[in-house]
Design a protein around this ligand. Sequence first.
Ligand code: XLS
Ligand code: NI
Ligand code: NI
Length: 438
Amino acid sequence: MSESFFPDVQRIPFEGPDGESALAYRYYDAERVVFGKRMADHLRFAVCYWHSLGYLGQDMFGAATFERPWESGGDEMSRARRKAAAAFELFAKLGAPYFTFHDRDVAPEGATLAETNGNLDRIVDVLAAEMARTGTKLLWGTANLFSHPRYAAGAASNPDPEVFAYAAAQVKKALDVTHRLGGENYVLWGGREGYDTLLNTDLRQEAEQLGRFLRLVVDYKHKIGFEGTLLVEPKPMEPTKHQYDRDAAAVHAFLLRYGLEKEIRLNVEVNHATLAGLSFVHELAYAAANDLLGSVDVNRGDPQNGWDTDQFPNSAEELTLAWWVILQAGGLGTGGCNFDAKLRRQSLDPEDLLHAHVGGVDTLARGLLQAARLIEEGRIDALRRERYAGWSSGLGRDVLDGKRNLDELSSFVLERNLEPRPRSGRQEMLENLLNRLC
Ligand code: XLS
Ligand code: NI
Ligand code: NI
């Protein structure tokens, strides 16, 4: 019998809304068909390696508080192997179909890049074997281009071209291993692509570097035949004062400028949206409206703390609106719901990881069920369509089809002596409809 890291926990069952056990799903019933698809195929939920296996409870004021058995004893490589064993035990007990990781979450850095790549290859063998044994799949891989001191001034946007080259080499390798493991996406989060002060920063230069970097990644993806989706993850700040990938609209403008809008989509994260002073549903709606919706990192911030606290999601209302947008956009495609979320520093026990994910998955499932009901009931959508009805024929249609210039519009109004009357947006009524259904 191999070592168990969560010996007191069984595979999480589905018990339904009246279930009594603390560790059971109440809403997430993987096989239940909702809005034409299995719940599991809507959520495609993933456990992330960095927070769930790697985070040990440290914060900027204090040391690690979690004692994880997989982090003690042996050398770094044997710890990495035990961490992988713990990871796949956790995925299986949660019934998680997917996981996500950064290169440096799974294997330690060596003295040189060659040694680091060798370490990674050895652990990727372990991951591949575990994936084959358990059936867990890789939602996405990514490269950590922000922890090592070499990236203090950025990776692709670093003033030193040798750092750019190093980052490129790291992404090449991370893409190779993501491809090898059958990853369905690859994420680029520009951890330190931004600035702390404009006094030492050339914005135009750094944008050129970043644009070039993304182009190199796109070219390499095609070269190796990686069919997953490339995703950029917007975030406005932290660790830098200002990050270039600040929000969905800023990334969209950037992709358009560098001709990458057909190659790259977005990985939208709840807490990054709120850090940007936006809502998650806004970011999703923007992405969907511009054909950029790729995947989501689910978590939540704290309204009193202005940083990326990465708590587990617990608002079914927020996620109902999220699913309402996602379902109307046709789903997440190759994307999924990645729990980029970590335990609180006092949640010491490995079992807390299970409570956290069970709550998060159930919140997602509840949001999905409510959103499906909202769309099937149809009144909100009908009212919204009706609001724009004037644009589907006559004047509205002609304007959109480019058949009216300013002169003609002016004559149109003057000749008819038009005096359009404002109409109610009916916000409160719509809010009541939402509340009645949820
Ligand atoms: C950090 C980001 C990070 C990305 C992956 O704030 O959310 O975890 O998801 O690099
Ligand atoms: Ni984040
Ligand atoms: Ni994230």
